[in-house]
Design a protein around this ligand. Structure first.
Ligand SMILES: Cc1cc2nc3c(=O)[nH]c(=O)nc-3n(C[C@H](O)[C@H](O)[C@H](O)COP(=O)(O)O)c2cc1C
Length: 362
């Protein structure tokens, strides 16, 4: 097994140190909001916990065993109204799965995935097998791990005058390799961007017209996981539940879309849960690659949550028979600050078996 602390360029680091960019490192690993566990298997889950998820719902559980992690859906955290077909749920789980694999790449472990290993059940999303001394996966992405602790979804308007250059676009394009998943860009076409902004506005109006949608959104805002302080969350929860805020939200969302120099969509040939998980894995890599290049990313989900606008998005990107899985804008803005708002790792790990393997000064 290659020990994380002996990775190239890190061997002289003290157990706790600060890397370039102000990242806190322990034992050669980037640290987020919680102490880093010593057990390498728990370390994989540690980074999965930082993955993006719709409404920051974190709809996952990790069954950690000897050389194996089962990634499970936490049904209680599924957005039943906004995400009635569970597309966003599986995309979110794909982000968590890929985070674990990137952490395994970083440790020098091999990893293999079995998708939906129990026939007829889509609660067990993936079984991740870790080969501590095994060959690394073919398309490893160890260098993306350090960005997992600084990556944030951007909610700011982007600077429309600052393009995402050809070179950056190529690196986003080249950073993932998922069976059946394609990436399409929409750039430098103001009319198309305006059309997309209109689709987002139309979707917001349709969604806010549904009391069940407002109630669900208000409940998640009230949980305080969406990045707002407690009091603001409570006020926002009340506003979404009781006040006519739809037009304001629709306008803000449309403005954010039209400010983007680049919009991207991930699509798949089929529309099975596995396709969605794979689209999520691709998004995870793209978001981390964007972060590594100082680019900001924000998913644009509302336009995909309403059938008519989702069809409009597919037409705009000329996707024909392909299935739209995830839409997001990319551009330049100030970095988002503030703490990670994540549930503690101990609440996400169902079972820990076996002794800590290898080293670590958590
Ligand atoms: C499938 C999916 C859909 C999302 N949709 C949106 C969205 O429509 N608008 C938005 O601002 N963020 C969206 N997000 C981002 C989450 O809100 C974000 O990941 C979560 O709040 C955690 O914050 P972080 O990404 O900054 O760590 C989405 C994320 C995923 C994985």
């Amino acid at each position: 097994m290659l020990e994380p602390a002996t990775r190239k360029g890190m061997h002289r680091m003290k157990p706790t140190d600060t890397a370039a960019g102000g990242r806190r490192m322990v034992d050669g690993w980037p640290v987020a909001d919680e102490p880093l566990p010593a057990d390498p298997m728990l370390r994989l889950a540690y980074y999965a916990r930082l993955a993006p998820s719709s409404h920051n719902s974190q709809p996952w559980k990790f069954l950690v065993g000897q050389g194996e992690i089962d990634l499970l859906v936490d049904e209680t955290r599924w957005l039943r109204v906004a995400d009635h077909d569970r597309r966003e749920l599986f995309v979110s789980l794909g982000c968590a799965l890929e985070s674990m694999r990137i952490a395994a790449d970083y440790a020098g472990f091999g990893s293999r995935v079995e998708y939906f290993p129990v026939a007829g059940s889509d609660t067990l999303v993936a079984r991740l097998q870790i080969e501590f001394a095994g060959p690394k996966r073919e398309f490893a992405a160890a260098s993306l791990l350090e960005h997992a602790v600084t990556r944030r979804t951007s909610h700011k308007p982007f600077d429309p005058a600052l393009a995402v250059g050809e070179d950056a676009r190529k690196s986003l394009y080249a950073c993932y390799d998922e069976a059946g998943v394609s990436l399409h860009f929409l750039a430098e076409d103001r009319r198309a961007m305006q059309w997309l902004a209109e689709l987002e506005r139309e979707a917001d109006r349709a969604l806010f017209a549904d009391p069940a949608y407002r109630e669900e959104l208000a409940a998640w805002i009230g949980e305080g996981l969406l990045g707002t302080p407690w009091l603001i969350s409570k006020i926002a929860q009340f506003a979404v539940g009781h006040l006519p805020v739809a037009e304001r939200v629709a306008q803000d969302d449309a403005d954010r879309v039209s400010s983007a120099p680049l919009v991207a969509v991930l699509s798949t040939r089929n529309d099975d849960p596995e396709d969605r998980v794979r689209a999520g894995a691709a998004y995870m890599r793209i978001a981390l690659m964007a972060e590594s290049r100082g680019l900001r990313v924000q998913p644009v989900s509302q336009a995909l949550e309403v059938e008519a606008t989702r069809t409009g998005v597919a037409r705009l990107f000329d996707l024909r028979e392909r299935c739209v899985q995830h839409l997001f804008r990319i551009g330049h803005a100030e970095a988002e600050r503030g703490p990670h708002r994540r549930r503690p790792l101990k609440d996400l790990v169902i079972r820990e078996t076996g002794p800590a393997i290898g080293t670590g000064n958590g």
